[in-house]
Design a protein around this ligand. Sequence first.
Ligand SMILES: *Cc1c(COP(=O)(O)O)cnc(C)c1O
Length: 379
Amino acid sequence: MPTPIRIPLSVPTIAGNEWKYVKQCLDTAWLSSAGSFVTEFEEKMASWTGVSHAVALSSGTAALHLMLLLADVKAGDYVILPNLTFAASANAIRYLGADPILIDVDPETWQMDLDVLKVFLSKTKKNASGKPLYNGRTVAAIMPVHVLGNMMDMKRLSDVAETYQLPIVEDAAEALGSRFQTYHAGTMGLTGAISFNGNKIMTTGGGGMLITDEESIASRARHLSRQAKTDPVEYAHDAVGYNYRMGNVQAAIGLAQLEQMDTFLEKKKAIAKRYQTAFAGYEQIIPQQHLAQTHPNHWLYTIRVPDSRGLMAQLANKGIESRPLWRPMNQLDMYREQPYINHHDVSGMLNRECLSIPCSTGLTEPDQEEVIRTVITKI
Ligand SMILES: *Cc1c(COP(=O)(O)O)cnc(C)c1O
Protein backbone atom coordinates (compact mmCIF):
# COMPACT_ATOMS: atom_id res chain seq x y z
CA MET A 1 0.00 0.00 0.00
CA PRO A 2 1.42 3.42 -0.96
CA THR A 3 1.57 5.97 1.87
CA PRO A 4 -1.35 8.41 1.53
CA ILE A 5 -0.37 11.92 0.47
CA ARG A 6 -0.13 14.26 3.46
CA ILE A 7 1.69 17.14 1.79
CA PRO A 8 0.43 17.60 -1.78
CA LEU A 9 2.50 19.16 -4.56
CA SER A 10 0.26 22.07 -5.45
CA VAL A 11 -3.39 22.44 -4.49
CA PRO A 12 -5.59 25.55 -4.71
CA THR A 13 -6.46 27.91 -1.87
CA ILE A 14 -10.17 28.72 -1.69
CA ALA A 15 -10.24 31.56 0.82
CA GLY A 16 -12.04 34.47 -0.81
CA ASN A 17 -15.40 35.14 -2.45
CA GLU A 18 -15.59 31.81 -4.32
CA TRP A 19 -18.65 30.50 -2.40
CA LYS A 20 -20.43 33.85 -2.52
CA TYR A 21 -20.00 34.34 -6.28
CA VAL A 22 -20.86 30.74 -7.16
CA LYS A 23 -23.98 31.04 -4.99
CA GLN A 24 -24.96 34.14 -6.97
CA CYS A 25 -24.67 32.09 -10.17
CA LEU A 26 -26.81 29.31 -8.76
CA ASP A 27 -29.38 31.66 -7.22
CA THR A 28 -29.86 33.48 -10.51
CA ALA A 29 -29.50 30.31 -12.64
CA TRP A 30 -26.94 32.18 -14.76
CA LEU A 31 -24.69 29.21 -15.40
CA SER A 32 -23.69 29.51 -19.03
CA SER A 33 -21.28 31.97 -20.59
CA ALA A 34 -24.14 34.48 -20.91
CA GLY A 35 -23.72 35.31 -17.21
CA SER A 36 -22.11 38.53 -16.09
CA PHE A 37 -19.14 36.98 -14.23
CA VAL A 38 -17.51 36.06 -17.56
CA THR A 39 -17.33 39.69 -18.67
CA GLU A 40 -16.27 40.91 -15.25
CA PHE A 41 -13.54 38.26 -14.99
CA GLU A 42 -12.26 39.24 -18.46
CA GLU A 43 -12.20 42.94 -17.64
CA LYS A 44 -10.46 42.44 -14.30
CA MET A 45 -7.88 40.10 -15.83
CA ALA A 46 -7.15 42.50 -18.69
CA SER A 47 -6.53 45.38 -16.31
CA TRP A 48 -4.55 43.23 -13.84
CA THR A 49 -2.14 42.06 -16.55
CA GLY A 50 -2.15 45.41 -18.36
CA VAL A 51 -3.65 44.45 -21.73
CA SER A 52 -6.65 45.85 -23.59
CA HIS A 53 -8.51 42.57 -24.09
CA ALA A 54 -9.01 39.20 -22.42
CA VAL A 55 -11.17 36.35 -23.73
CA ALA A 56 -12.26 33.71 -21.18
CA LEU A 57 -12.11 30.17 -22.57
CA SER A 58 -12.72 26.60 -21.49
CA SER A 59 -9.01 25.77 -21.09
CA GLY A 60 -5.48 27.01 -21.58
CA THR A 61 -5.18 24.55 -24.44
CA ALA A 62 -8.17 26.19 -26.17
CA ALA A 63 -6.39 29.54 -25.74
CA LEU A 64 -3.24 28.11 -27.33
CA HIS A 65 -5.24 26.73 -30.26
CA LEU A 66 -7.04 30.02 -30.99
CA MET A 67 -3.86 32.02 -30.46
CA LEU A 68 -2.00 30.01 -33.13
CA LEU A 69 -4.97 30.09 -35.49
CA LEU A 70 -5.19 33.88 -35.16
CA ALA A 71 -1.44 34.25 -35.71
CA ASP A 72 -2.21 32.79 -39.13
CA VAL A 73 -0.47 29.45 -38.60
CA LYS A 74 -1.54 27.18 -41.43
CA ALA A 75 -1.40 23.47 -42.22
CA GLY A 76 2.12 22.53 -43.27
CA ASP A 77 3.77 25.43 -41.40
CA TYR A 78 6.34 25.11 -38.63
CA VAL A 79 6.09 26.79 -35.22
CA ILE A 80 9.17 27.24 -33.01
CA LEU A 81 8.68 25.71 -29.56
CA PRO A 82 10.95 24.79 -26.64
CA ASN A 83 11.51 21.03 -26.43
CA LEU A 84 10.84 21.09 -22.70
CA THR A 85 7.16 21.89 -22.22
CA PHE A 86 3.83 20.32 -21.37
CA ALA A 87 2.42 18.32 -24.30
CA ALA A 88 -0.52 20.72 -24.72
CA SER A 89 1.78 23.33 -26.32
CA ALA A 90 2.86 20.96 -29.10
CA ASN A 91 -0.61 19.47 -29.47
CA ALA A 92 -2.14 22.89 -30.13
CA ILE A 93 0.29 23.33 -33.05
CA ARG A 94 -0.83 19.97 -34.46
CA TYR A 95 -4.53 20.93 -34.17
CA LEU A 96 -3.78 23.32 -37.06
CA GLY A 97 -1.94 20.74 -39.11
CA ALA A 98 1.36 22.47 -38.38
CA ASP A 99 4.46 20.94 -36.76
CA PRO A 100 6.76 22.14 -34.00
CA ILE A 101 10.47 22.82 -34.48
CA LEU A 102 11.78 21.83 -31.06
CA ILE A 103 14.50 24.07 -29.60
CA ASP A 104 16.54 22.86 -26.64
CA VAL A 105 16.45 24.82 -23.38
CA ASP A 106 18.98 26.77 -21.36
CA PRO A 107 20.63 24.66 -18.61
CA GLU A 108 20.17 27.38 -15.99
CA THR A 109 16.83 29.05 -16.63
CA TRP A 110 15.28 25.98 -18.31
CA GLN A 111 13.63 28.27 -20.89
CA MET A 112 14.06 28.04 -24.67
CA ASP A 113 17.77 28.59 -25.44
CA LEU A 114 18.01 31.83 -27.43
CA ASP A 115 21.55 31.10 -28.63
CA VAL A 116 20.45 27.76 -30.09
CA LEU A 117 17.44 29.49 -31.66
CA LYS A 118 19.54 32.27 -33.21
CA VAL A 119 22.05 29.87 -34.76
CA PHE A 120 19.20 27.78 -36.14
CA LEU A 121 17.39 30.77 -37.68
CA SER A 122 20.60 32.17 -39.16
CA LYS A 123 20.87 29.04 -41.31
CA THR A 124 17.33 29.24 -42.74
CA LYS A 125 16.35 30.78 -46.07
CA LYS A 126 13.55 33.31 -46.45
CA ASN A 127 10.20 33.01 -48.22
CA ALA A 128 8.59 35.78 -50.30
CA SER A 129 7.10 37.47 -47.21
CA GLY A 130 10.43 37.46 -45.35
CA LYS A 131 9.67 34.57 -43.02
CA PRO A 132 12.14 31.72 -42.51
CA LEU A 133 11.89 28.61 -44.65
CA TYR A 134 13.01 25.27 -43.25
CA ASN A 135 12.79 21.98 -45.17
CA GLY A 136 10.92 24.05 -47.79
CA ARG A 137 8.20 24.91 -45.26
CA THR A 138 7.32 28.29 -43.72
CA VAL A 139 8.20 28.97 -40.10
CA ALA A 140 5.06 30.88 -39.09
CA ALA A 141 5.48 31.82 -35.42
CA ILE A 142 7.50 31.50 -32.22
CA MET A 143 5.83 30.10 -29.14
CA PRO A 144 7.92 30.70 -26.01
CA VAL A 145 6.75 28.78 -22.94
CA HIS A 146 7.36 30.40 -19.57
CA VAL A 147 8.46 27.14 -18.01
CA LEU A 148 7.44 26.88 -14.32
CA GLY A 149 6.55 30.57 -14.32
CA ASN A 150 10.08 31.65 -15.13
CA MET A 151 10.78 33.85 -18.18
CA MET A 152 13.53 34.13 -20.75
CA ASP A 153 15.07 37.39 -21.96
CA MET A 154 11.92 38.60 -23.74
CA LYS A 155 13.67 41.68 -25.07
CA ARG A 156 16.20 39.54 -26.91
CA LEU A 157 13.46 37.23 -28.12
CA SER A 158 11.48 40.22 -29.45
CA ASP A 159 14.55 41.36 -31.41
CA VAL A 160 14.99 37.91 -32.95
CA ALA A 161 11.28 37.72 -33.77
CA GLU A 162 11.39 41.11 -35.45
CA THR A 163 14.43 40.19 -37.56
CA TYR A 164 12.65 37.12 -38.89
CA GLN A 165 9.16 38.68 -39.05
CA LEU A 166 7.77 36.08 -36.70
CA PRO A 167 4.80 36.78 -34.42
CA ILE A 168 5.35 35.77 -30.78
CA VAL A 169 2.52 33.81 -29.22
CA GLU A 170 3.24 33.21 -25.55
CA ASP A 171 2.35 30.04 -23.72
CA ALA A 172 1.96 31.79 -20.37
CA ALA A 173 -0.20 28.95 -19.03
CA GLU A 174 1.97 28.61 -15.91
CA ALA A 175 3.09 32.20 -15.62
CA LEU A 176 0.15 34.34 -14.51
CA GLY A 177 1.67 37.13 -12.45
CA SER A 178 5.24 36.60 -13.71
CA ARG A 179 6.86 39.69 -15.18
CA PHE A 180 9.75 40.60 -17.44
CA GLN A 181 10.80 44.08 -16.31
CA THR A 182 7.35 45.62 -15.79
CA TYR A 183 5.56 43.53 -18.41
CA HIS A 184 3.32 40.66 -17.42
CA ALA A 185 3.88 37.24 -18.97
CA GLY A 186 1.59 36.86 -21.97
CA THR A 187 1.56 40.57 -22.80
CA MET A 188 4.81 40.98 -24.74
CA GLY A 189 3.88 39.16 -27.93
CA LEU A 190 0.89 39.27 -30.26
CA THR A 191 -1.13 37.16 -27.80
CA GLY A 192 -0.73 35.19 -24.58
CA ALA A 193 -2.47 32.10 -23.23
CA ILE A 194 -3.14 31.59 -19.51
CA SER A 195 -4.43 28.42 -17.83
CA PHE A 196 -6.68 28.10 -14.79
CA ASN A 197 -6.32 24.34 -14.49
CA GLY A 198 -6.52 22.94 -10.95
CA ASN A 199 -2.77 22.91 -10.30
CA LYS A 200 -1.98 26.40 -11.62
CA ILE A 201 -1.32 29.44 -9.40
CA MET A 202 -5.01 30.31 -9.53
CA THR A 203 -7.79 28.09 -10.75
CA THR A 204 -11.34 27.96 -12.06
CA GLY A 205 -11.37 24.17 -11.90
CA GLY A 206 -10.61 24.17 -15.60
CA GLY A 207 -10.35 27.19 -17.85
CA GLY A 208 -8.09 29.53 -19.72
CA MET A 209 -7.77 32.99 -21.16
CA LEU A 210 -6.38 34.60 -24.27
CA ILE A 211 -4.94 38.05 -23.64
CA THR A 212 -3.97 40.60 -26.29
CA ASP A 213 -3.80 44.29 -27.12
CA GLU A 214 -5.27 43.68 -30.59
CA GLU A 215 -9.00 44.38 -30.67
CA SER A 216 -9.46 42.44 -33.94
CA ILE A 217 -7.84 39.33 -32.49
CA ALA A 218 -9.87 39.47 -29.30
CA SER A 219 -13.17 39.82 -31.12
CA ARG A 220 -12.27 37.06 -33.56
CA ALA A 221 -11.26 34.76 -30.68
CA ARG A 222 -14.52 35.49 -28.87
CA HIS A 223 -16.48 34.83 -32.05
CA LEU A 224 -14.74 31.52 -32.84
CA SER A 225 -15.10 30.39 -29.22
CA ARG A 226 -18.89 30.64 -29.57
CA GLN A 227 -19.28 28.45 -32.64
CA ALA A 228 -18.80 31.48 -34.93
CA LYS A 229 -22.47 32.35 -34.53
CA THR A 230 -23.62 35.46 -36.37
CA ASP A 231 -27.23 35.64 -35.24
CA PRO A 232 -28.55 35.25 -31.69
CA VAL A 233 -31.75 33.55 -32.84
CA GLU A 234 -31.23 32.01 -36.27
CA TYR A 235 -28.61 29.28 -36.53
CA ALA A 236 -26.31 31.30 -38.73
CA HIS A 237 -22.52 30.80 -38.59
CA ASP A 238 -19.77 32.27 -40.77
CA ALA A 239 -16.84 29.96 -39.99
CA VAL A 240 -15.95 26.61 -38.48
CA GLY A 241 -16.18 27.61 -34.84
CA TYR A 242 -15.45 25.97 -31.51
CA ASN A 243 -17.25 25.52 -28.23
CA TYR A 244 -14.44 27.10 -26.23
CA ARG A 245 -16.29 29.70 -24.16
CA MET A 246 -15.85 29.74 -20.38
CA GLY A 247 -18.99 29.17 -18.30
CA ASN A 248 -20.26 31.63 -15.69
CA VAL A 249 -19.58 29.33 -12.70
CA GLN A 250 -15.92 29.00 -13.71
CA ALA A 251 -15.71 32.76 -14.18
CA ALA A 252 -17.26 33.33 -10.73
CA ILE A 253 -14.55 31.18 -9.16
CA GLY A 254 -11.92 32.84 -11.34
CA LEU A 255 -12.94 36.34 -10.29
CA ALA A 256 -12.72 35.35 -6.61
CA GLN A 257 -9.31 33.77 -7.21
CA LEU A 258 -8.01 36.78 -9.11
CA GLU A 259 -8.92 38.97 -6.11
CA GLN A 260 -6.40 36.87 -4.12
CA MET A 261 -3.61 36.81 -6.72
CA ASP A 262 -1.40 39.33 -4.94
CA THR A 263 -1.52 37.17 -1.80
CA PHE A 264 -0.85 34.01 -3.84
CA LEU A 265 2.21 35.65 -5.40
CA GLU A 266 3.54 36.67 -1.98
CA LYS A 267 3.00 33.15 -0.63
CA LYS A 268 4.78 31.51 -3.58
CA LYS A 269 7.66 33.93 -3.22
CA ALA A 270 8.02 33.25 0.51
CA ILE A 271 7.96 29.47 -0.11
CA ALA A 272 10.61 29.75 -2.82
CA LYS A 273 12.76 31.91 -0.60
CA ARG A 274 12.59 29.46 2.32
CA TYR A 275 13.57 26.56 0.06
CA GLN A 276 16.35 28.55 -1.50
CA THR A 277 17.83 29.51 1.87
CA ALA A 278 17.53 25.98 3.23
CA PHE A 279 19.17 24.33 0.20
CA ALA A 280 21.86 26.97 -0.33
CA GLY A 281 24.64 24.97 1.31
CA TYR A 282 24.00 21.77 -0.65
CA GLU A 283 25.77 21.62 -3.97
CA GLN A 284 23.84 18.49 -5.04
CA ILE A 285 20.67 20.64 -5.08
CA ILE A 286 20.52 23.03 -8.02
CA PRO A 287 17.55 25.44 -8.24
CA GLN A 288 16.19 27.06 -11.39
CA GLN A 289 17.98 30.34 -12.13
CA HIS A 290 16.18 33.60 -12.87
CA LEU A 291 17.47 36.51 -14.92
CA ALA A 292 17.80 39.83 -13.12
CA GLN A 293 15.06 41.47 -15.24
CA THR A 294 12.51 38.76 -14.43
CA HIS A 295 10.07 38.50 -11.54
CA PRO A 296 8.78 34.93 -11.68
CA ASN A 297 5.55 33.78 -9.98
CA HIS A 298 7.43 30.74 -8.54
CA TRP A 299 4.56 28.56 -9.66
CA LEU A 300 6.09 25.14 -9.05
CA TYR A 301 9.28 24.96 -6.99
CA THR A 302 11.65 22.60 -8.77
CA ILE A 303 15.17 21.39 -8.00
CA ARG A 304 17.83 19.44 -9.87
CA VAL A 305 19.22 16.55 -7.84
CA PRO A 306 21.51 13.59 -8.71
CA ASP A 307 18.79 10.92 -8.27
CA SER A 308 15.41 12.57 -8.77
CA ARG A 309 13.36 9.36 -9.00
CA GLY A 310 15.04 7.92 -5.90
CA LEU A 311 14.25 11.10 -3.98
CA MET A 312 10.68 11.06 -5.31
CA ALA A 313 10.23 7.54 -3.86
CA GLN A 314 11.73 8.58 -0.51
CA LEU A 315 9.41 11.59 -0.31
CA ALA A 316 6.41 9.42 -1.28
CA ASN A 317 7.23 7.06 1.63
CA LYS A 318 6.67 9.97 3.96
CA GLY A 319 3.45 11.10 2.25
CA ILE A 320 5.12 14.01 0.47
CA GLU A 321 4.06 14.43 -3.16
CA SER A 322 6.64 15.39 -5.78
CA ARG A 323 6.84 15.16 -9.55
CA PRO A 324 9.47 15.02 -12.28
CA LEU A 325 9.63 17.64 -15.00
CA TRP A 326 7.91 16.74 -18.29
CA ARG A 327 9.21 14.18 -20.70
CA PRO A 328 10.61 16.36 -23.51
CA MET A 329 8.60 16.57 -26.73
CA ASN A 330 11.30 14.85 -28.83
CA GLN A 331 10.83 11.74 -26.65
CA LEU A 332 7.07 11.49 -27.24
CA ASP A 333 5.95 9.23 -30.09
CA MET A 334 3.88 11.98 -31.72
CA TYR A 335 6.87 14.34 -32.00
CA ARG A 336 9.86 12.02 -32.32
CA GLU A 337 10.25 12.81 -36.05
CA GLN A 338 10.21 16.59 -35.56
CA PRO A 339 13.38 18.64 -35.93
CA TYR A 340 15.05 18.87 -32.51
CA ILE A 341 17.70 21.60 -32.48
CA ASN A 342 20.20 21.10 -29.68
CA HIS A 343 23.87 20.84 -28.74
CA HIS A 344 23.74 18.79 -25.53
CA ASP A 345 20.13 17.62 -25.04
CA VAL A 346 19.66 19.78 -21.95
CA SER A 347 15.91 18.97 -21.94
CA GLY A 348 16.67 15.25 -21.58
CA MET A 349 19.04 15.96 -18.69
CA LEU A 350 16.46 18.17 -16.93
CA ASN A 351 13.78 15.52 -17.35
CA ARG A 352 16.05 13.00 -15.62
CA GLU A 353 17.29 15.27 -12.83
CA CYS A 354 14.45 17.64 -11.92
CA LEU A 355 11.85 17.25 -9.24
CA SER A 356 9.04 19.63 -8.27
CA ILE A 357 8.34 19.71 -4.54
CA PRO A 358 5.33 20.91 -2.50
CA CYS A 359 4.57 24.60 -2.87
CA SER A 360 0.81 25.07 -2.59
CA THR A 361 -0.19 28.63 -1.73
CA GLY A 362 -1.59 27.16 1.50
CA LEU A 363 1.58 25.22 2.45
CA THR A 364 2.28 25.64 6.18
CA GLU A 365 5.75 26.36 7.56
CA PRO A 366 5.94 23.10 9.58
CA ASP A 367 5.01 21.11 6.45
CA GLN A 368 7.63 22.94 4.43
CA GLU A 369 10.23 22.30 7.16
CA GLU A 370 9.39 18.61 6.92
CA VAL A 371 9.87 18.63 3.14
CA ILE A 372 13.19 20.42 3.57
CA ARG A 373 14.44 17.93 6.23
CA THR A 374 13.43 14.97 4.08
CA VAL A 375 15.09 16.36 0.93
CA ILE A 376 18.30 17.19 2.76
CA THR A 377 18.60 13.79 4.44
CA LYS A 378 17.60 11.71 1.38
CA ILE A 379 19.52 13.26 -1.51
C1 LIG B 1 -1.25 23.73 -18.01
C2 LIG B 1 -0.52 24.02 -19.26
C3 LIG B 1 -1.18 24.11 -20.49
C4 LIG B 1 -2.61 23.71 -20.69
O1 LIG B 1 -3.55 24.39 -19.96
P1 LIG B 1 -4.96 23.68 -19.69
O2 LIG B 1 -5.75 24.75 -19.03
O3 LIG B 1 -4.70 22.51 -18.79
O4 LIG B 1 -5.53 23.27 -21.00
C5 LIG B 1 -0.45 24.49 -21.60
N1 LIG B 1 0.87 24.73 -21.54
C6 LIG B 1 1.55 24.64 -20.38
C7 LIG B 1 2.99 24.96 -20.38
C8 LIG B 1 0.88 24.26 -19.21
O5 LIG B 1 1.56 24.12 -18.08
